[in-house]
Design a protein around this ligand. Sequence first.
Ligand code: B12
Ligand code: SF4
Length: 503
Amino acid sequence: MSIITLTTLNAKYIHASLGLRYLYANLEELKLDTQIKEFTIKTRAIDIVEDILQDKPKIVGFGVYIWNTTETAAVISQLKTIAPDVIVVLGGPEVSYEVETQSILQFADYVLTGPADLSFYRLCKEILAGEAPEQKVLRSKPLALKDLKLPYEFYNEEDLKNRLLYVEASRGCPFKCEFCLSSLDKTAYPFDLPLFMQQMDQLYQRGARHFKFVDRTFNLKIKTTLEIMNFFLDRMDDDLFLHFEVIPDHLPDKLKEVLVKFPPGTLQFEVGIQTFNDEVQTLISRKQDNPKSKNNLIWLKENTTAHIHADLIFGLPGETLATFSQSFNELYECGPHEIQMGILKRLKGSPIIRHTESHDLRFNPLPPFNILSNRSVDFVTMQKVNRFSRYWDMIGNSGRFKNTLPHLLKDNPFEEFMQITDWIYEQTGQTHQINLKRLFELVAQAIDVLFPERYAAVIQQIEADYVNSKLKGAFSLMRLTYQPTEQTMTFQRRSQRQQRHLV
Ligand code: B12
Ligand code: SF4
């Protein structure tokens, strides 16, 4: 039995919800009657409802995010049908803006917008005292971080063993990139550093080794960054893994001196680039010193063992395929280990919508609210880039084609990889469920057809990558050259079920 259940549907099991743990940590005396129950978006709604209702809670709080809003609506609609007396409270970024227009609202008793670390406690007290507010949508008041109890002790042993531990040394962001929800923050506020470090130490003593910092800009205040980095350097061991989101144009020498000390496999940086195009940057209010950013990326790659993920976004207002292609090539040249190609999404509350009319931004009305077309990119091109992004993940980012890649792409990596994308899609009609062995074959065949002069060099490297992949089956038995078959693309695109009907 518990009076309050805090729950959310995480993107995957390995992601533990930090937001719920903050709410829990600040529930004062109600903590004793509260439990956290986490699910993933893959769990069936009906099973989630059954699990939640087992404890006969009076109040159930759901964390709603872009990745779970559809699934959460399914859960709540069933929950309210079976147990209409249970009070459902929604919160989280997806319901913090434009909530009146969202269908999920109809199933909820309350929506508590914004950071609800303290306001959820107040609302629960009111509900339990029979003084429930009449208004359905309630706004959390701005809070001072010093008033919050930190949640890290509520990561349990299972979390420590199996999941990424999200931690935050600061909240908010001083920058104003219009596609991003954090642009609505006034600035970044730090948590009390000694207290935070003490909590990190406790986590470390309990065996935690995977720390994922959710600070929007970890390298904003270098003094703090250095203190955190040195803390972990002093506790270095083989299992330690640290993930940080950093801005690319701020890497002072003092920080560089510390970064070079980290051993391989320890550091991962997510570096937001989004675009190198000055005009697009201005249009979306993103301030970024491009030459400095490029130099820093190159410096990081050459002088540290950090794994570098650099992010680009396609579909921003003012960006054309040609300007994006240039950004991609410039970024590729800097040599990050991964280029994450995101497609612009319409996040509720984000200021990007001010360009909707002038740039004819057309977003998918359903999650993930991705852009479908805009004034400079039509739907067909958007789809091509979507496929590029998917294949790039499988071929460019996966690390499976590490030796092959430099021989595959030469003068114009974006344009060349787009050709490979189009060719593979024409052959398979698929962007998912292509098994790895087949992918090796497809890459080889694509080169055979598209860039025959590179074929000999590429094949040697594919063999090296194939051996590294430890796939079963001899390399010599692979179909490396392209042999057109009778099968037409239309046939290949038919589902397996349709194909079985044809034989
Ligand atoms: C961790 C994370 C992820 C994880 C998922 C984690 C999980 N649990 O499954 C991963 C890496 C998978 C991920 C992916 C994506 N993410 Co993300 N992610 C984050 C990140 C970095 C941290 C979240 C966090 O812990 N914050 C700290 C806690 C304290 O804040 P909070 O979660 O917002 O919780 C507070 C309030 O929201 C509220 N609250 C939360 N839960 C509840 C519950 C109740 C009952 C109440 C009342 C209140 C409440 O109170 C909490 C305390 O103040 C945030 C950015 C950030 N720093 O917040 C982005 C963020 C949440 N992600 C975002 C986006 C856009 C994405 C992607 C779409 C990006 C993309 N690829 O294009 C994908 C989607 C994935 C998918 N499968 O579709 C947006 C969310 C927009 C939205 N409307 O939901 C954010 C805010 C980034 C941004 N600045 O724009 N993400
Ligand atoms: S994209 Fe990064 S720098 Fe820009 S507002 Fe968002 S968190 Fe801040």
